[in-house]
Structures are given as structure tokens and as C-alpha cells.
Design a protein around this ligand. Structure first.
Ligand SMILES: CC(C)(COP(=O)(O)OP(=O)(O)OC[C@H]1O[C@@H](n2cnc3c(N)ncnc32)[C@H](O)[C@@H]1OP(=O)(O)O)[C@@H](O)C(=O)NCCC(=O)NCCS
Length: 395
């Protein structure tokens, strides 16, 4: 193939670099392809380490809050107390939805999937955002804060509207996680449930160039706006191979029904070459460090509500998958039984992922646009090259 005519690897698309000719074979799935530099998130798939801006996820879970983690992702450093208070206040005071967005939510068909409502809702928020059209970094940060503050309200409001219940207004005195649960249920959550939700949000906040983050970056690399980037992220996260897996997990647990049926059920599913949701990962060859915390939360919340059955069943499934296929639980596996113990409807599990991952998408959108280059890969063309056009009346 003549130089200049084939597929290329762009080693660093954020800078103008030489194009390097490679064998013209498509890497479907872009596995192990490095398409960008990034200072946000580090994953060591062999050691099972996950760092946000250099900070180990285990330290953040032990000492931080979701709000502080969001600040860290967006600004690159941990905030001093005053800065964190200011940032938390900014998030807490912007939770209410614009009345026009609220009005649209009330007109949607009650059976609309919460992920579709979130996708539509964020798009609407973009239309009514006071900074719409301003693309300065300051405006982008303000818009990111509004999206971050309002996605929990969108999800909780829809969860109530679709059941014919009145939406609960946000409570600015509660942290983001506790307020989300209180808007969902109309009661203040137990300290354990609030802590578990805060932890789940920290754990889902970012994960390098996963499919939805890549989608968000591709969108804003055209110099499109932050709301469009987040909408792209939501669309990509919805699929069952990404954020939709946690719903597949709870469906599986409910179908298995009893812990003593779990091992046989999994072996039979594997025998039929079925994929078990909540297991396996493109990057981790070891335990997903997020699963370590979610496992503990699933057990603790199961105990609090007096129903450890789903946790126990999950343990058996985990052991069986490990023995049979060498597969480890990923972030989605124990988040399912954790949210179920809180009494959250299964189709809200992926929206909770959105509430958290908005923080990571926003960090990546800011980073992409700070040093932008259009992301435009190539395809290995496998179609015909000499088709002769036949007029429609002769086909
Ligand atoms: C996450 C995932 C898409 C990564 O897939 P991937 O890197 O493309 O890996 P592959 O699909 O090529 O799978 C490699 C092998 O492991 C097997 N495998 C991977 N995940 C599996 C799972 N969850 N259940 C059963 N087998 C699985 C595949 O069948 C394949 O086996 P084979 O080589 O014998 O055919 C995949 O593990 C999966 O589908 N998991 C379930 C969905 C999920 O939990 N997603 C959330 C991710 S955080």
C-alpha cells in the first residue's frame, strides 16, 4: 500500500505528530490502543490499582467525600477546607431543576427508561443553562457544576413522577449522596446508606478512557459543548456491556432466587456460553479495586436491612466464576446487591452510575478542550471498490 493511503496510529492526537504507518488490520475494540495522554486517572490492571490524580481510590474511600473527589478530578488537587466548603455549597445550591425542565419531565410517557430521561434531561438542561454559548473554562466549570448538581435531581424526580408521586425538593443541608436518597425516598437515609452511596459515587467517578468517557471526549473534540459531551457519555453508558451491566446482575440474582441454586445456575449458564454480568474487565487482570469496597458495602447494608441473602448468593457466584473461568467481579457486581439492599429500583442503578461519572466525563471534557485535537480515526475498508451505479428503474 502506498504511503499516505492506509490506516495509521496517531500516537498522541492532542498534538500534531507524525502519522505512523501500521499493518492495515483493524483493531476492533481499540484494545490497548493509546489515543491520548491524560493526567486524570491511572489504572494498573495487573496490580489492581486505581488512582484519581495520583490518589489511591482506597485512600479516597477512607478519607474523602464525593464532593471532594469531584473537586480533585476537575482541579487536579485536593481542596483546602474553604475551597471545599465553597464548592460543596455551589453544588448544593444548584440542585433544583429549571421549571421548564420539570414541566417537560411531567409530559414524558411513564414507562420511559430512566437512562433515556437522563439523556433527554441533560440535553434540556443545556438549552436552559445560563452559560449556554459561553465556552470559556470558567463557564465550562460552572456548567459542569450545574450538571453535577442536577443529574441526581433528574433521576430522583423521574423515579417519583413515573410512579405518580410528588417530586421531593432537594435539601441543600445534605451532602450530594444523602440528598439523592432523600429525594428518592422522601425520608432521610440511615448514616450507613448515605455513606454507602457516597462511597459508590466515589468509586464510579472515573475510569480512564472507558467507552462513555471516550464518547464524551470524541464529541467535545469537535469543539462541541459540555452538555453534548455528557449526553454522548450517557448514551454510551446505557449499554449492557458498560454501565447497564449492574441491572443485568440484579436480574440474574433475582432469577437465581436462592443462594443454594447459585453454583449450578452459573455452571449451566457458562456451559451455554452465556456472559455473566458483573464479571470480567478489559483492563483488570486481577480484582477490580472498586469491587473490594462494594463487596463490604453489600454485606453491611444487607445486615442493616436484615437480608444478607443477595450478598451470600453473590459470594457463591464470585467463587464459582473465579474457579470456572478465572474471572473476577467488576464494579457492577456488588453495586447491584448494594443498591438492592437500599430499596432502589433496578433500572435506577445505571442512572446512579451517571450521577457519579458526570464528574469524570466533565474532567475529561475540560482536559480534552484544554489541549484539543479532533479525534478522527480510520477504518480498514472491506467493501467493494468498483460498484457500477444502476439507475433505480433498472434494479
Ligand atoms: C467487560 C467485557 C465487555 C470485557 O470484554 P473484552 O475485554 O472484550 O473480553 P472478551 O469479550 O474478549 O472476553 C474474553 C474471554 O473471557 C470471557 N468472558 C469475559 N467476560 C465474561 C463474562 N462476564 N462471563 C463469561 N465469560 C466472559 C469471554 O467469553 C472470552 O472467552 P473466550 O476467549 O473463551 O471466548 C466483558 O468481560 C463482559 O462482557 N463482561 C460482562 C459485562 C460487564 O460486566 N460489563 C461491565 C464492565 S465494568
Amino acid at each position: 500500500m502506498a504511503p499516505g493511503a492506509g490506516p495509521y496510529v496517531f500516537v498522541n492526537p492532542t498534538r500534531r505528530l507524525e502519522r505512523v504507518m501500521v499493518t492495515p488490520v483493524a483493531n476492533t475494540g481499540l484494545e490497548d490502543v493509546v489515543v491520548s495522554t491524560s493526567d486524570i486517572c491511572f489504572i494498573d490492571g495487573d496490580e489492581g490499582r486505581l488512582l484519581y490524580r495520583g490518589y489511591d481510590i482506597h485512600d479516597l474511600v477512607a478519607h474523602s467525600s464525593f464532593e471532594e473527589t469531584v473537586y480533585l478530578l476537575w482541579h487536579g488537587t485536593l481542596p483546602a477546607k474553604k475551597a471545599l466548603d465553597r464548592f460543596s455549597r455551589e453544588l448544593a445550591t444548584q440542585r433544583r431543576l429549571p421549571p421548564k425542565v420539570m414541566a417537560v419531565l411531567k409530559t414524558l410517557p411513564k414507562k420511559s427508561h430512566p437512562m433515556d430521561v437522563l439523556r433527554t434531561g441533560v440535553s434540556l438542561l443545556g438549552i436552559y443553562d445560563p452559560d449556554a454559548g459561553d465556552d470559556s473554562r470558567e463557564a465550562k466549570l460552572r456548567k459542569a457544576a450545574r450538571i453535577q448538581a442536577q443529574t441526581p435531581t433528574l433521576a430522583a424526580t423521574w423515579a417519583r413522577i413515573r410512579k405518580g408521586k410528588a417530586p421531593i425538593p432537594p435539601n441543600p443541608r445534605l451532602g450530594l449522596a444523602a440528598n439523592f436518597l432523600s429525594m428518592l425516598f422522601g425520608t432521610k437515609p440511615s448514616p450507613l446508606a448515605a455513606k454507602a452511596m457516597d462511597t459508590a459515587l466515589i468509586l464510579h467517578a472515573d475510569h480512564e478512557l472507558n467507552a462513555s468517557t471516550f464518547a464524551a471526549r470524541v464529541t467535545v473534540a469537535t469543539l462541541s459543548d459540555i452538555h453534548s459531551g455528557v449526553v454522548s457519555g450517557i448514551g454510551a453508558l446505557k449499554g449492557p456491556l458498560h454501565g447497564g451491566a449492574n441491572v443485568g446482575v440484579i436480574r440474574m440474582l433475582l432469577e437465581i432466587g436462592e443462594a443454594d441454586r447459585a453454583e449450578a445456575w452459573i455452571k449451566s449458564a457458562l456451559g451455554q456460553k452465556k456472559r455473566i454480568m458483573g464479571f470480567g474487565h478489559r483492563v483488570y487482570n486481577t480484582e477490580d479495586p472498586r469491587a473490594t469496597h462494594l463487596r463490604k458495602m453489600s454485606e453491611a447494608l444487607g445486615r442493616e436491612v436484615g437480608q444478607t441473602k443477595w450478598y451470600e448468593m453473590s459470594r457463591i457466584i464470585e467463587r464459582t466464576l473465579n474457579e470456572q473461568k478465572g474471572l473476577n467481579a467488576n464494579v457492577d457486581f456488588y453495586s447491584a446487591s448494594t443498591y438492592y439492599a437500599m430499596g432502589i429500583d433496578p433500572d435506577l442503578y445505571t442512572p446512579i452510575f451517571v450521577i457519579s461519572r458526570v464528574s469524570g466525563w466533565s474532567a475529561h471534557i475540560l482536559e480534552q478542550q484544554a489541549n484539543n485535537r479532533l479525534i478522527r480515526p480510520r477504518a480498514e475498508y472491506t467493501g467493494p471498490r468498483q460498484a457500477t451505479y444502476v439507475p433505480i428503474d433498472r434494479r
